[in-house]
Design a protein around this ligand. Structure first.
Ligand SMILES: NC(=O)c1ccc[n+]([C@@H]2O[C@H](COP(=O)([O-])OP(=O)(O)OC[C@H]3O[C@@H](n4cnc5c(N)ncnc54)[C@H](O)[C@@H]3O)[C@@H](O)[C@H]2O)c1
Ligand SMILES: [Zn+2]
Length: 431
C-alpha cells in the first residue's frame, strides 16, 4: 500500500526540526562542559583567520581544555566557502584526525565548513557525492555524524540551527550546497556578547540575511499545496507551516525593535545585539524548515558572478558580494512579484517589520517600501547596480537563478525565466 492509495494527492504533513539551544551572554564559556556531555575527548575547533586574530576561539579552546578535552584550532576557513576551501579544511581535519567532536566558532562560513568537515571525515568520500542535484549526486549521509557544537559570531545565517551547508563550486561558477537533516549541529550555543565586535557593515549585511530568511519563509508556499511525498522523498524545506510561522513572525518583531540600533550603536547596545542574535536564531528555526525563495535564488548568481566589488568591513583580498547583501538586493522587487499570491501575509510582515511605517496607497508597495527604507538607513548598496551589475549582465544572471529549482519551488507563485529577468532588471536600482 502506498500513501497515495487513499486517493489523496495533497500534502498533509509538515516536518520541523532544530537543535537544542543554549542562549545568553556568557553561554559560549560553557562549551567545555557541553562537549563532555556529548562524550568527545578530542575536538577540532574551526574558525576563520579574522576571528582567530581575536580572543574568542582561544577562549573556546580554554573552556574545552578546562574540562579535560584535547582540542586544537583550525583557522583556515574561507569567508564564503568554496568547494576548494572546504576540501582543504576536510584534508587538514583528515590528516590531523581522528576527531570525535567539532566546534564551529564563527559566522555561516565557519559553521557550514564544519558541517562539511564533520560529514567527510566521518564518511570519507567526495563533496560531490552529497551536493544537491543537479550539480552533485545528493546522496544521503550513510549514518549519524559526530557531535558538532555551533557557536555563531554573526547575527545572520541561523546556520547553527539549519540542516544545510552552502558553498561556491568554483569550476561551475555556481553556489549550491548539501542539505540533509543529519548535518544539523548537535547543539547551538548562542552568545550575543560574541557579536559586539562585528563591524557596522557586517551587522547590516548579516542582518539583511535574517530579514530575508524571515520574510521568504513567511511568504513561502504553504506546505499543504505540495503533492503528497513518500517518507523517503521528504526534503528539509517543506513550505510555510504553523510552526515555522511562529519563529518567522517573532524574528520580524525583534528586527523591528533592534536592527537599526545594532548597526548604529553596535559597540555598546547589548540589548540590541541580543535581540538580533535571537532574531537570527528564530529566523533560522523558521526558514530552516519552511524554505526560502526568489531573493535567495537570485543571490546565488549575484554572489557567484561578482565582478570587482570589495565591500567595506569584509576581507579585501578577493571581490565578493556578501551573502546578506546578495539576498537583499532583489528582495523589494521579489516581494512586489509574490504579493498577489498571499497579500495578507505580505501586509502582516510589513506591519511586524515596521509597525509605525506610513500606509502606502498601493498595498503591494507596503513591504517593498519598508525594505527600501531599512536598507537606505543601514547602508546596503542600491540594487544590483550598487555591486557592479548593469542591465547587460541580467541575461547572464538569469540561468544561475533558474538552476536553483529547489528554492524556486518554495515560491508561492510559479516563476518563469521572464519573471526572473524582470525582477533582476527592476532591481538594478531600488531607490
Ligand atoms: N547554512 C545555512 O543555513 C546558511 C544560511 C545562510 C547563509 N549561509 C552561508 O553563510 C555564509 C555567510 O555567513 P555570515 O553572513 O555569517 O558571515 P561570514 O561567516 O562569512 O563572516 C563575515 C565576516 O565577518 C567576520 N566576523 C564574524 N564574526 C565576527 C565578529 N564577532 N566580530 C568581528 N568580525 C566577525 C568574519 O571574519 C568575516 O570576515 C555564506 O557562505 C552563506 O552562503 C548559510
Ligand atoms: Zn541566507
Amino acid at each position: 500500500m502506498t500513501d497515495h492509495d487513499d486517493g489523496r494527492t495533497e500534502e498533509t504533513i509538515f516536518t520541523w526540526g532544530a537543535p537544542p539551544l543554549k542562549f545568553g551572554p556568557g553561554a559560549s564559556d560553557e562549551v567545555g562542559f557541553e562537549m563532555t556531555q556529548l562524550g568527545a575527548k578530542r575536538v577540532l575547533v574551526l574558525t576563520d583567520p579574522g576571528l582567530a586574530a581575536g580572543e574568542v576561539p582561544h577562549r573556546i579552546l580554554e573552556s574545552l581544555q578546562r574540562y579535560g578535552i584535547s582540542a586544537e584550532i583550525f583557522d583556515g576557513v574561507h569567508v564564503e566557502p568554496t568547494d576548494d576551501s572546504m576540501d582543504k579544511a576536510i584534508g587538514y581535519a583528515t590528516e590531523q584526525g581522528p576527531w570525535d567532536g567539532f566546534v564551529a566558532v564563527g559566522g555561516g562560513s565557519v559553521i557550514d565548513t564544519a558541517k562539511a568537515v564533520n560529514l567527510l571525515t566521518t564518511y570519507p568520500g567526495q563533496l560531490m557525492d552529497y551536493i544537491n542535484k543537479p550539480v552533485g549526486k545528493a546522496q544521503p549521509p550513510p549514518g549519524p555524524l559526530k557531535p558538532l557544537i555551533a557557536i555563531p559570531t554573526t547575527a545572520g545565517t541561523g546556520a547553527e540551527s539549519t540542516a544545510m551547508c552552502i558553498m561556491d563550486v568554483l569550476s561551475l561558477k555556481v553556489k549550491t550546497g548539501i542539505s540533509h537533516w543529519r548535518l544539523r549541529p548537535t547543539l547551538a550555543i548562542v552568545d550575543p556578547l560574541l557579536t559586539m565586535t562585528l563591524p557596522a557593515e557586517v551587522t547590516a549585511s548579516t542582518g539583511m540575511d535574517i530579514v530575508c530568511h524571515a520574510l521568504e519563509s513567511y511568504t513561502a508556499r504553504w506546505y499543504q499545496t505540495y503533492d503528497r511525498k513518500l517518507p523517503e522523498e521528504r526534503v528539509t524545506y517543506c513550505g510555510s507551516n504553523p510552526v515555522s510561522d511562529l519563529w518567522s513572525e517573532r524574528a520580524m518583531s525583534l528586527l523591528a525593535s533592534s536592527f537599526r540600533r545594532a548597526v548604529h550603536h553596535g559597540t555598546e547596545d547589548v540589548e540590541a545585539r541580543s535581540n538580533m542574535m535571537m532574531a537570527a536564531t528564530f529566523a533560522g528555526m523558521g526558514f530552516g524548515n519552511a524554505g526560502v525563495h526568489i531573493p535567495h535564488a537570485n543571490a546565488y548568481p549575484i554572489a557567484g558572478m561578482v565582478k570587482d566589488y570589495h565591500p567595506a568591513g569584509y576581507p579585501q583580498d578577493e571581490p565578493m558580494v556578501p551573502h546578506g547583501q546578495s539576498v537583499s538586493l532583489t528582495a523589494p522587487e521579489a516581494f512586489r512579484f509574490s504579493f498577489e499570491s498571499a497579500p495578507e501575509r505580505h501586509l502582516r510582515a510589513a506591519a511586524l517589520m515596521a509597525p509605525d511605517h506610513d500606509k502606502h496607497n498601493n498595498p503591494a508597495e507596503q513591504l517593498p517600501s519598508v525594505l527600501v527604507d531599512l536598507m537606505r538607513d543601514i547602508g546596503i548598496p542600491n540594487g544590483i547596480g550598487g555591486v557592479g551589475f548593469s542591465e547587460s549582465d541580467v541575461p547572464d544572471l538569469v540561468p544561475g537563478t533558474m538552476k536553483q529549482q529547489r528554492l524556486l519551488a518554495t515560491c508561492p507563485r510559479e516563476v518563469t525565466e521572464e519573471d526572473i529577468e524582470r525582477i533582476l532588471m527592476n532591481s538594478i536600482e531600488n531607490w
